[in-house]
Ligand binder design. Structure first.
Ligand code: BGC
Length: 546
């Protein structure tokens, strides 16, 4: 326990401009050599995390799990997966992080549990019509003998969201069949999550990342309404969609906020809510979760007008509810931005991965140059930035993972049509040698490519111009510079984004093909090289203007 830790301030606003680094525990560092990352592995790398200059770590799920969906199938919300360690290891990790001034977010997965959760096992055993089944969403099927799913709802991982049991009933799972959805109208479900929030908060957890926050409440009135397609970002949602973003979901988050406010400083939260930007803000209200992921940059092409609109809109939207914006370029669900930003507009990389990275052939150096520029731009924005492990090394997506190594349920559920997200979840390279590039003492659970040798921590540590040193320099400067949340555009040519922050420091990104002039002043950090006093294409600089 670390409540008496003297390093961390009690400032209730610490999160507003925090840089949060996402650790995907199974792929970060493997202390016991079984090929799977673990909590002791993360603890052993706390000095590295401290050297980055981040404010917090977000730990993706580390709970007991059969890994049907990389840990997002939770069998016990108040424990540690024995494959990853123990609660004592968790306490040691959080203690080590707090001791160096780094806070911790944990992932909460409230839409669904694992089918191995004791409640689901009890529901299976108790049979149709039992109270045990009421905590989940069981229904009779359609058709003469109930042989058809109760509705046309699709699963995110394809194809249907319903699975039939041998006793004839169907249960709902918006993701894999091993992830049955809870019925959030059931008081046991509501009470149990409050207990879970207190359990981790009492252990010193500072914040929560809330998985699929927009899906908890559904319209389950009979007959079940049709839901032919998942969210289309261009269609306005009214709060009365059958499955997503229903107005009553906020009652749940208001009750969570009451729990957060029992602590000093109050615990914080960020919603993963895949909804339109305006609707997203309802999750970020101070009486709700307080912040919501803004994935707009994660889905934007490298295009000046798009970036300008995304930034203006999100700064204004966050202000309108008293939150600060969040910014994300990479996470465990999307193709890494060093690769993605080299792809043509409209190509998010999933089809590129399906072709083993062959179609189209992309310029990886260009992708990395843009990724470095995008990151430096993002880190200059007001609000909090979420980084994903390995992006600080400039890692590319591992697009050519062999089919037999794939773990993502998307691969199986699409009949081997889509490879899914494993390419950004390959264990990190710490050193430039095998086995497993310093990840562990044996092979890693996903195969690592030979090019990891040039992008390892060892290869980049202390090397001027490396992506690792760029992140460190920017994060160190940001601590000194990002004191206020002020933000103002500065007039510039169309191909350049130029804005001023705080006391006279500016950020300039050149999206055009020609080099451009920098404002008079001292260059603080730059994502590439300044040539002849000019800022080249696909480059960002921070300048203390004179
Ligand atoms: C997580 C995914 C996960 C899904 C189901 C998402 O939003 O980020 O990794 O597959 O929720 O829990």
């Amino acid at each position: 326990m670390t409540e008496d830790n003297v390093v961390l301030s009690k400032d209730p606003n610490w999160w507003r401009q925090a840089v949060v680094y996402q650790v995907y525990p199974r792929s970060f560092a493997d202390a016991n050599g079984d090929g799977l990352g673990d909590l002791k592995g993360i603890t052993s790398r706390v000095p590295y995390l401290a050297s980055l200059g981040i404010d917090a770590v977000w730990l993706s799920p580390f709970y007991p799990s059969e890994l049907a969906d990389g840990g997002y199938d939770v069998a016990d919300y108040r424990n540690v997966d024995p494959k990853l360690g123990t609660l004592a290891d968790f306490d040691e990790l959080i203690g080590a992080l707090h001791a160096v001034g780094i806070r911790m977010f944990v992932d909460i997965v409230p839409n669904h549990s694992s089918d191995q959760h004791e409640w689901f096992q009890a529901a299976l055993a108790a049979g149709p019509g039992s109270p045990e089944r009421e905590r989940y969403i069981f229904r009779k099927g359609l058709g003469e003998n109930g042989e058809l799913p109760p509705s046309d709802w699709p699963s995110h991982f394809g194809p249907t969201a319903w699975t039939r049991l041998p006793d004839g009933e169907w249960y709902l799972h918006l993701f894999a069949p091993e992830q049955p959805d809870f019925d959030w109208d059931h008081p046991d479900v509501r009470d149990d999550f409050l207990k879970t929030l207190r359990f981790w908060s009492d252990r010193g957890v500072d914040g929560f990342r809330v998985d699929v926050a927009h899906a908890l409440t559904k319209d389950l009135s009979e007959p079940l309404r049709s839901k032919p397609a998942f969210i289309d970002f261009d269609n306005p949602l009214t709060g009365d969609d059958v499955l997503f973003d229903r107005n009553e979901v906020h009652e749940i988050f208001r009750s969570w906020r009451e729990v957060f406010n029992e602590y000093d400083p109050p615990r914080v939260a960020v919603a993963e809510a895949y909804v339109r930007a305006e609707r997203r803000m309802t999750y970020a209200r101070p009486d709700g979760l307080g912040q919501a992921f803004n994935f707009d940059l994660l889905v934007s092409p490298w295009e000046v007008g798009t970036y300008r609109t995304v930034i203006s809109d999100n700064v204004a939207l966050a202000e309108s509810v008293g939150a600060s914006s969040t910014w994300v370029l990479s996470n465990h669900d999307k193709v890494r931005h060093a690769s993605r930003l080299a792809l043509p507009a409209g190509n998010d990389g999933s089809l590129w991965v399906d072709s083993d990275g062959r179609d189209p052939v992309i310029d990886l150096d260009l992708g990395l140059r843009r990724a470095r520029a995008a990151t430096l731009l993002m880190l200059a924005l007001p609000g909090s930035s979420y980084l994903y492990q390995g992006e600080e090394l400039g890692l590319h997506e591992v697009a050519d993972l062999p089919a037999e190594s794939l773990q993502d349920p998307i691969w199986k559920r699409t009949g081997h049509g889509h490879k899914g997200r494993d390419g950004c979840r390959v264990p990190l390279p710490w050193t430039s040698e095998s086995p497993s590039f310093g990840f562990g003492s044996g092979d890693a659970h996903l195969p690592q490519p030979s090019w990891f040798a040039h992008s390892s921590v060892e290869a980049e540590d202390g090397v001027a111009g490396s992506t690792l040193e760029l992140y460190r320099a920017a994060l160190t400067l940001r601590r000194e510079l990002a004191v206020t949340e002020s933000f103002d555009w500065v007039a510039s040519v169309d191909t350049v984004l130029h804005f001023a922050r705080g006391d006279g420091w500016h950020c300039i990104t050149n999206f055009g093909t020609d080099s451009v002039e920098l404002p008079a002043g001292r260059v603080l950090v730059v994502s590439g090289a300044i040539v002849g006093g000019l800022l080249p294409t696909d480059t960002t600089a921070w300048v203390a203007v004179s």
